[in-house]
Design a protein around this ligand. Structure first.
Ligand SMILES: CC(C)(COP(=O)(O)OP(=O)(O)OC[C@H]1O[C@@H](n2cnc3c(N)ncnc32)[C@H](O)[C@@H]1OP(=O)(O)O)[C@@H](O)C(=O)NCCC(=O)NCCS
Length: 330
């Protein structure tokens, strides 16, 4: 236990209203509800209209987290937005969120660790609270994956969705565990990428023609990575914190594929109901997936004061992260 502790004071989530089912996708892709559901567990996802950008959803999730904590935006010290689908290359999405919230005292920063982004941002934000530098840090995971999916590629288009989730981090008055591990292996960068649009391959009519602004993925390799890293990182994080896997009341994994979660649960010897899964309704919302699942778990009464929760994320980079958090330690 740290002398000074950090905890989650409030949690919020937001998704677009529009539901896109597997059958909707099968209307224009060579796929089926049966294939998608069996291979991934996904049945539907939310897709934002063009009037909405990542910051709009992020702000909605943020208000809910602040409200849940009974906190005002004026006291925020720092806003971190984990996203790989920012509104713009610059300014940061976090700066747009800061303005929309009226968080006049807060610094603002985007964190890009793809689908592991939320765990990176929680680990980063928590350090400011643990160090005593800041009292109130808003961490948001938000992505509009529908904007970067190639809608003609059935191997990726069926997987992703749009969403946002947020947590307010602050000092805990009671002893509370907080432990994070972060990892990266850039040798796997090519396994999951958006090839064009950055400094390596700037936008051109050719990059647009060749659909190089959307996600390219080697699915089987990423699947294996997902299973292995869930198992390895959860073992490492719990061991470092002096816990057993059984001590985790609830594991909130990145929502990529139910078969990844099932395989990891089996290898860890943890019953599947110890993992929260909602990807059947939202698909893979990248950096939003963990806080979106957390918000649902909390509102459904599955999370109790004193529970040790594990957030575990993995994705492009390759990157991964785990946060172990005691719930309700304020
Ligand atoms: C993408 C994924 C669902 C594919 O499942 P899979 O069981 O590995 O399937 P494969 O890639 O081996 O493809 C099997 C067949 O299904 C086909 N297929 C792929 N997508 C399909 C779809 N949406 N509908 C129907 N058939 C599809 C393939 O073309 C292939 O056909 P072939 O055998 O004739 O070549 C799976 O690899 C996966 O989930 N990977 C991890 C993805 C992920 O989580 N990414 C984000 C991480 S943050």
């Amino acid at each position: 236990m740290n002398e000074r502790s950090v905890t989650v004071l409030g949690v919020g989530a937001a998704v677009p209203d529009r539901v896109v089912t597997n059958d909707d996708l099968a209307a224009f892709l060579d796929t089926s509800d049966d294939w998608i559901a069996r291979r991934t567990g996904i049945r539907q996802r939310r897709v934002a209209g063009l009037e909405m950008a990542t910051s709009d959803l992020a702000v909605r999730a943020a208000w809910e987290a602040l409200q849940g904590a009974g906190a005002g935006a004026g006291n925020l010290d720092l806003i971190l937005v984990a996203t790989s689908t920012p509104d713009h290359w610059m300014p940061s999405t976090a700066a747009l969120v800061q303005h929309a919230l009226g968080a006049t005292r807060a610094g603002a920063l985007d964190v890009n660790a793809a689908c592991a982004g939320f765990t990176y941002a929680v680990a980063t934000g928590a350090q400011f609270v643990l160090a005593g530098t800041y009292r109130s840090v808003l961490v948001i995971g938000a992505d509009l994956m529908s904007r970067v999916v190639d809608w003609s590629d059935r191997s990726t288009a069926v997987l992703f969705g749009d969403g946002a989730g947020a947590v307010l981090l602050g000092a805990s008055r009671r002893p509370a565990l907080f432990h994070s591990i972060l990892g990266a292996d850039g040798s796997g960068a090519h396994l999951l990428e958006i090839p064009a649009g950055g400094s390596r391959l700037p936008p051109s009519s050719e990059t647009v023609r060749d659909r190089l602004h959307s996600i390219r993925m080697q699915g089987r390799e990423v699947f294996q990575f997902g299973v292995n890293i869930l198992v390895r990182s959860l073992r490492q994080a719990t061991e470092e914190a002096g816990l057993q896997i059984e001590d985790l009341a609830l594991i909130i994994p990145h929502q990529a594929n139910i078969r990844i979660i099932q395989s990891a649960a089996e290898r860890l010897g943890v019953p599947l109901d110890r993992f929260w899964a909602n990807l059947d309704r939202f698909g893979n919302t990248s950096a939003a997936s963990i806080p979106l699942a957390l918000a649902e778990a909390v509102s459904s009464g599955r999370v109790h004061q004193g529970d040790v929760l594990a957030f575990v994320g993995f994705g492009a980079g390759l990157t991964w992260g785990v946060n172990l958090v005691t719930w309700g330690g304020e």
